[in-house]
Design a protein around this ligand. Structure first.
Ligand SMILES: [Zn+2]
Ligand SMILES: [Zn+2]
Length: 346
């Protein structure tokens, strides 16, 4: 066992505190990573506060991990000491089901092993990236290209791939009109990636507040959804809409913005069920879909794509003692656009 420094929640009702956690001994297929940066994802907050179900505490969250390999197991072939690497939302899966065999580990039939708060293959509860080190099986570790800083790379491991995967799956590219709903951690990466893929990109945000930012990030157009004119003006416009908002939205209103065969993909997850008028779908052969993160191969492809197009997340680096304050600011949408914890301050 390796005892390492971490920030963890003692319970659903308490702030995160500095502590130490155990990492398993390095097995033959494991990689020991010294963490440099860990992004703060909205999911971290929901999970540690028990919003998505009861958790085992203490719990160290964090699934946007960037660091350097410091030790490898005897059978490791994909990574070497000194490699710059990342770990996202998954640290294992069954490896044998149809989704796993096709590189879609995020849809593993047995359920993938989450980076924190999940039961690992050895029965222990996984602990995430708000820590100095992590031990991960090599197949779930990806390479971070040299041209991307580890700080701006960390959020790519969740926010980046969560938007890259549906943009690729539903063919965002030249000649395609794509709308990104919500300009937060996910949305800002959606804009950058959709723009780099060559799509015509529109941001739909509640107010005009983030217009200048959106255009700078690569959006071609920007509309405020609190203006009722927006939905009339843009009716039938888009081939693909990526909804990154995790609060409930009027799905029929957004479906109305799709052209023939258009797809509305939800990557944000409201706790409450959404209602849909089927006429919104059948009148224009529209589809309502969902997507979660991306497979390991696809995560590597996303990182290589970001390196090629010089993309990273827009970040605010914080020290570990600022985590609780950062949580409040994430909940108030007061971050442009991702907090990243400097792990050397743990
Ligand atoms: Zn996340
Ligand atoms: Zn599987």
């Amino acid at each position: 066992m390796l005892t390492v420094k971490a920030y963890a929640s003692p319970s659903a009702a308490e702030p995160l505190v500095p502590t130490s956690i155990e990492r398993r001994d390095i097995g033959p297929n494991d990689v020991l990573i010294e963490i440099a940066f860990a992004g703060i994802c909205h999911s971290d907050i929901h999970t540690v506060r028990g919003d998505w179900g009861p958790q085992a505490y203490p719990l160290a969250p964090g699934h946007e991990i960037a660091g350097v390999v410091v030790e490898v197991g005897a059978a490791v072939t994909r990574h070497s000491v000194g490699d710059r690497v990342g770990v996202g939302c998954m640290v294992n899966s069954c490896g044998q089901c149809v989704p796993c065999e096709s590189g879609n580990e995020q849809y593993c039939v047995a359920g993938f092993t989450g980076t924190y708060g999940a039961v690992d293959r050895d029965g222990t509860i996984t602990q995430g990236g708000y820590s100095t080190h992590v031990v991960v099986v090599e197949d779930f570790v990806v390479r971070i290209p040299d041209s991307i800083g580890l700080d701006v790379a960390a959020p790519l491991l969740c926010a980046g791939v969560t938007t890259y995967s549906p943009l690729r799956h539903w063919g965002a590219g030249p000649g395609r009109k794509v709308a990104i709903v919500g300009l937060g951690g996910l949305g800002h990466m959606g804009v950058k990636i959709a723009h780099a893929l060559g799509a015509d990109v529109t941001v739909l945000s509640q107010t005009l507040k983030k217009q200048a930012d959106a255009l700078e990030l690569g959006a071609d157009h920007y509309f405020a959804t609190n203006d009722p004119q927006t939905f009339a003006q843009l009716a039938g416009s888009f081939d693909l809409i990526i909804n990154t908002v995790s609060a409930p939205v009027d799905i029929d209103a957004y479906l109305g913005l799709l052209a023939l065969d258009g797809v509305l993909v939800n990557v944000g997850a409201p706790a409450e069920p959404l209602s849909v008028n089927v006429f919104s779908l059948i009148t224009t052969r529209r589809a309502l879909a969902g997507s979660t993160i991306g497979g390991i191969r696809e995560t590597q492809e996303m990182l290589d794509f970001c390196a090629e197009h010089k993309l990273g997340a827009e970040i605010e680096v914080i020290s570990a003692e600022q985590i609780n304050e950062a949580y409040e600011r994430v909940l108030a949408s007061d971050v442009r656009y991702r907090f990243v914890i400097d792990a050397s301050t743990m």
